[in-house]
Design a protein around this ligand. Structure first.
Ligand SMILES: Nc1ncnc2c1ncn2[C@@H]1O[C@H](COP(=O)(O)OP(=O)(O)OP(=O)(O)O)[C@@H](O)[C@H]1O
Length: 250
């Protein structure tokens, strides 16, 4: 078992977000988290990453506490987090320096990771010279550069147009197949979750409740127009709508 959350309770002041939440994700799993707005998806990622410390409970990776500093976790956010005054290469090297990676490996690592995300020719570009999709590719390259075991992604493609988003989703699946990393991916987009995930965690509208966990057995590459794909999408949508109306009636 790669990632284990046990009995996680979290509050913002007096507002309880999670109460004794348990979740287990196996090594190498692509796990998407979906649910109504405000149910706690981003908070959950921040707890896993260690950015938020839960009031109670534990987050363990292979039975040991997780560490941001050790470079075990790569976090890709929705918004552009590249330093605008650095080139693509310098952005990646900044991350390598922050994690104390041997300087002799930097150039090779930049080459290798930019190739992985299809941006080898853009090494000396500044973020303002790149499209939104390219910037998110650099953000992914930047975390892959230090080889984290766990990749946390908080709606990384939400601001992209549909075509770009679909392309990045397909590329991310290829990358995940090659890299065999554990991925926890938060999204509002059910189509995206069904396209990407091996497992989908559907959260309820009352913060902190897992409504259902679905294991997906769809062949890849996934056909968004296929009957099983559409059935799953409808099923998850119905669950989230149900969770929202439960939330309204509480
Ligand atoms: N720093 C904070 N301080 C106080 N309350 C917060 C903070 N961050 C989040 N919350 C509250 O915690 C709850 C969960 O927020 P969170 O952002 O995790 O939800 P989400 O499911 O990711 O939402 P969305 O899908 O809209 O992005 C919300 O009620 C939110 O108002």
């Amino acid at each position: 078992m790669a990632l284990v959350l046990s009995g996680v309770t979290h509050r913002f002041k007096e507002i309880k977000i999670f109460e004794k939440l348990d979740l287990e994700v196996e090594e190498g799993c692509f796990c998407c988290i979906v649910g109504p707005s405000g149910c706690g998806k981003s908070t959950l990622l921040r707890i896993i990453s260690g950015l938020y410390k839960p009031v109670e409970g534990r987050v363990l990776l292979d039975k040991a506490p997780l560490s941001l500093e050790k470079g075990e976790i790569g976090f890709v956010f929705q918004e552009d987090t590249l330093f605008p005054w650095y080139t693509v290469e310098q952005n990646i090297k900044f991350a390598l320096r922050a994690r104390n990676i041997d300087k002799n490996l930097w150039d090779r690592t930049v080459d290798y990771t930019l190739q992985k995300v299809g941006l080898a020719e853009y090494r000396h570009y500044y973020p303002k010279q790149l499209s939104g999709g390219m910037k998110q590719r650099v953000a992914i390259a930047r975390v892959l550069a230090y080889n984290p075991r766990l990749l946390l992604m908080d709606e990384p493609f939400a601001s992209l147009d549909a075509l770009n988003r679909n392309r990045l989703q397909a590329d991310l699946v290829d990358l995940w197949h090659r890299e065999k990393k554990t991925v926890i991916f938060v999204t509002h987009n059910i189509d995206e979750a069904v396209f990407l995930a091996e497992r989908i965690v559907v959260m309820g509208s009352k913060p902190g409740r897992i409504k259902q966990i679905l294991e997906l057995d769809l062949p890849r590459p996934r056909d968004r127009t296929g009957a099983e794909f559409c059935r799953l999408r409808r099923r998850i949508l119905a669950m989230i709508e149900g969770a929202m109306s439960e939330g309204l009636s509480e």
